[in-house]
Write a protein that binds this ligand. Structure first.
Ligand code: DGL
Length: 260
């Protein structure tokens, strides 16, 4: 199984897959050279996702791909599915559950700018356009804060408050927030702390794990990659900071992959 993201966001997805399928082997590809996807054009994200799968496919016998990034999934998943003949699972947001569970009728949806501008999300927003209760934040800053947090670097509460300013200043704050970027899952506590009342956080990690699980059950897929591999696309200071954090994930190999 290949699982990829522009950064550490996909690790939130990987953690849950590992918890439920402890014997699974995987290749995690951190496309840090492409980070942040949220600031990139659609054409870049589509070409990059195709490049990643093609490159890995020629080196490793992968049978399944998890696009553990909302930006890459909302923009390129349908194209990837048409391009490759291996199953590709993505993380695609939906507001249906949020609409069902909100008690105060105020829902927040937050994602990267590229995700919010994607046709996939525009369609969801259009579907619910008659509802005045869905508040949207498009930000490329929060994923960078999550990258800092996972490296145990200090993060600014003031910066967080600025990002969420349009929600925290509402007379009725959202009680349900959909995290439309896999990076944001690492910041639930920090986000909760800037709101008055408990928030219901929603995201896709459980449904993705379920689809992966069903795939392995249905296909009785034998693992043909016998180790867990971590690949990164660029060596830099930030990556160096991350390497010691990665120790707890016990990757058998950590290597650079060329995506040029
Ligand atoms: N983790 C990614 C997502 O789910 C994107 C972060 C970025 O590269 O901007 O959208």
């Amino acid at each position: 199984m290949l699982i990829f993201d522009s950064g550490i966001g996909g690790i939130s997805i990987l953690e849950n897959i590992k918890k439920n399928l402890p014997n699974i082997n995987y290749i995690y590809l951190l496309d840090n050279e492409g980070f942040p996807y949220g600031e990139k054009k659609e054409s870049f994200i589509i070409e990059r996702s195709i490049k990643i799968i093609n490159t890995i496919k020629t080196i490793y016998p992968i049978k399944l791909v998890v696009v553990a990034c909302n930006t890459a999934s909302t923009i390129s998943l349908s194209i990837l599915k048409k391009t490759f003949n291996i199953p590709i699972i993505g993380v695609l947001p939906s507001l249906d559950k949020a609409i069902k569970i909100t008690k105060n009728n105020k829902i927040g949806f937050i994602a990267t700018k590229a995700t919010i501008q994607s046709i996939y999300i525009k369609k969801i927003i259009y579907k619910h356009i008659h509802r005045k209760n869905i508040k949207i934040i498009a930000t490329n800053k929060l994923a960078k804060i999550a990258e800092k947090k996972i490296r145990k670097l200090s993060i600014s509460n003031l910066e967080l408050k600025k990002i969420f300013n349009s929600w925290i200043t509402l007379s009725v704050q959202p009680d349900t927030i959909y995290l439309g970027c896999t990076h944001f899952l690492f910041l639930k506590n920090e986000i909760q702390n800037i709101f008055y009342k408990p928030i219901n956080f929603l995201d896709t990690h459980e449904s993705v794990t379920e689809i992966v699980k069903q795939y392995f059950i249905k296909n009785k897929t034998k693992q043909n990659i016998k180790e867990n591999i971590f690949l990164y696309s660029q060596y830099n200071k930030e990556l160096n900071n991350l390497l010691w954090v990665l120790k707890k994930y016990k990757f058998n190999r950590i290597e650079k992959i060329n995506l040029d």
